[in-house]
Design a binder for this molecule. Structure first.
Ligand code: GDP
Ligand code: IMO
Ligand code: MG
Length: 436
């Protein structure tokens, strides 16, 4: 039995989807526990290339149960679109379950997300405009609609009526927008969600049966730790908890069940949206990383900001998650850069600091202190074992292990499912995969 949490260590897009797809070959249950369709998880396997947003990346293993957990912000229209694409391409979604506790992203959440971003002006967060923030706000305000509410149309209509009354007052007073028609929203939402109803269940029983019978469970993190509401670069963050602890909350699994917490880190850094990023590169190296790495958002298509590996921010992430091991992805992309750098500390107002400040303003003033690392110019994508990696690439990985204080158990050398080198027994054994 194993319960493995796969969690992003940076600002998202670390390659979680690829890893979950790969590990899911040995899992019986795969759970998305938080976030919503702000996530874009790319999977490239024998069935083709897919961009998943809400469906767990375990969906390509027909033996695995895939669960959208209680902590997820679920947009039914977006999920239905995703299911359509999967069906058209021959992927079965028979094994998809949706927690009745998952909160629904409603049409007014999308309007509020866009209106609030406009109102922030130059201070906008650069959200994905998927209504994620307003959905979690309503959850905390205890006025959210949940997937299970769709099973009681009368109650659903009444709740929508009450909430829309409140939203209309807000839309008018704060944003000068036209009122919404509650009856129409309720009616359209109920009709649209019909195909999802058979998937909506009390998933706790299924998850706990899986735990009791010793099955292998994967928890698929979305977003990334540096976007965490508590521990990220606030206020430039998302509105859920993309940490190992957040996975436990959102899936409804007690922390003592976790057997392995896997932190996923890119071999360099990227960020989409606004907010401080001390190692961001504005020169041709940043451009090369974006070009070679096709660094454009899976969900919004926005260019990702690229920079050197930031060991200060990553150590922060290691601490708040307590990762057992690290998956270092996209090492192959660094073959396109001759001389590498790793940020080992910051200089803040003339002093050296080794921790990430909590204030976004202070973080924006941090200047990276770099260590030069020799690059390698040979492609890595065809390589499948540690001993075949160029010695410079091995040194780069070892340096990151030392800086983070955890073993790198998996190295990504390409986008395809099998373009991976497993280097640590503890993770490989859990998934019955070979160490190379
Ligand atoms: P996620 O949100 O963490 O699942 O990551 P995304 O899918 O948004 O972005 C990661 C991108 O890198 C995707 O295009 C993946 O197909 C790709 N990818 C993942 N691991 C590797 C790797 O090791 N090498 C290369 N070249 N691409 C990778
Ligand atoms: P995956 O799962 C990258 C970022 C947005 C924005 C901030 C808040 O693919 O790694 P939100 O719409 O959540 O209110 O936006 O968070 N963001 C992501 N960036 N990858 C993601 O998910 C992200 N999810 C949210 O760009 O800066
Ligand atoms: Mg992504």
């Amino acid at each position: 039995m194993a319960v493995i949490a796969v969690v992003g260590g940076q600002w998202g897009d670390e390659g979680k989807g690829k890893i979950v797809d790969q590990l899911a070959g040995s899992a019986q249950v795969v759970i998305r526990a938080h976030g919503g369709d702000n996530a874009g998880h790319t999977v490239v396997n024998a069935q083709g290339k897919f961009a998943l947003h809400l469906v767990p990346a375990g969906i390509f293993n027909p033996q695995a149960l895939c669960i959208i957990g209680a902590g997820v912000a679920l947009n039914p229209a977006s999920l239905l679109q995703e299911l359509d694409v999967l069906h058209q391409r021959g992927v079965s979604t028979r094994n998809l379950l949706i927690s009745e506790r998952a909160h629904l992203v409603m049409p007014y959440h999308l309007i509020l997300d866009a209106a609030e971003e406009r109102r922030r002006g130059a201070q906008s967060i650069g959200t994905t405009r998927r209504g994620i923030g307003p959905t979690y706000v309503d959850k905390s305000s205890r006025i959210g609609l949940r997937a299970g509410d769709l099973l009681d149309p009368q109650g659903f209509r009444e709740r929508v009526r009450r909430v829309v009354e409140q939203k209309n007052a807000l839309l008018h007073a704060l944003y000068g927008l036209e009122p919404l028609d509650a009856e129409r929203i309720a009616g359209e939402s109920l009709e649209l969600a019909q195909p999802l109803l058979p998937h909506i269940q009390a998933v706790e029983a299924v998850i706990h049966e899986a735990l009791d019978s010793g099955k292998t469970i994967l928890m698929e993190g979305a977003n990334g730790t540096l976007l965490d509401l508590d521990h990220g670069t606030y206020p430039y963050v998302t509105t859920s908890s993309p940490t190992v602890a957040g996975m436990c909350l959102g899936a409804g699994i007690g922390p003592r069940h976790i057997t392995h917490a896997l932190g996923v880190f890119k071999a360099y850094c990227t960020r989409v949206g606004a907010g401080p990023m001390p190692t961001e590169l504005f020169d041709e190296v940043g451009e090369a990383l974006r070009r070679e790495g096709h660094e454009f958002g899976t969900t919004t298509g926005r260019p990702r900001r690229c920079g050197w590996f930031d060991a200060v921010a990553s150590r922060h992430s290691m601490r708040v998650n307590g990762f057992d091991s690290v998956a270092l992805t996209r090492l192959d992309i660094l073959s396109s850069v001759e001389a590498l750098r790793i940020c080992v500390a910051y200089e803040l107002d003339g002093a050296r600091v080794e921790h990430m400040p909590a204030s976004a303003e202070a973080l924006a003033r941090c200047r990276p202190v770099y260590e030069a690392v020799e690059g390698w110019s040979t492609p890595l994508t065809g390589l499948r074992s540690w001993r075949h990696l160029p010695v410079q690439a091995q040194r780069y990985v070892r340096r990151i292990e030392t800086l983070l204080g955890a073993p790198v158990g998996l190295i990504g050398v390409g986008e395809n499912r099998d373009e991976t080198i497993f280097t640590d027994r503890s993770l490989a054994d859990l998934c019955a995969l070979a160490v190379s």
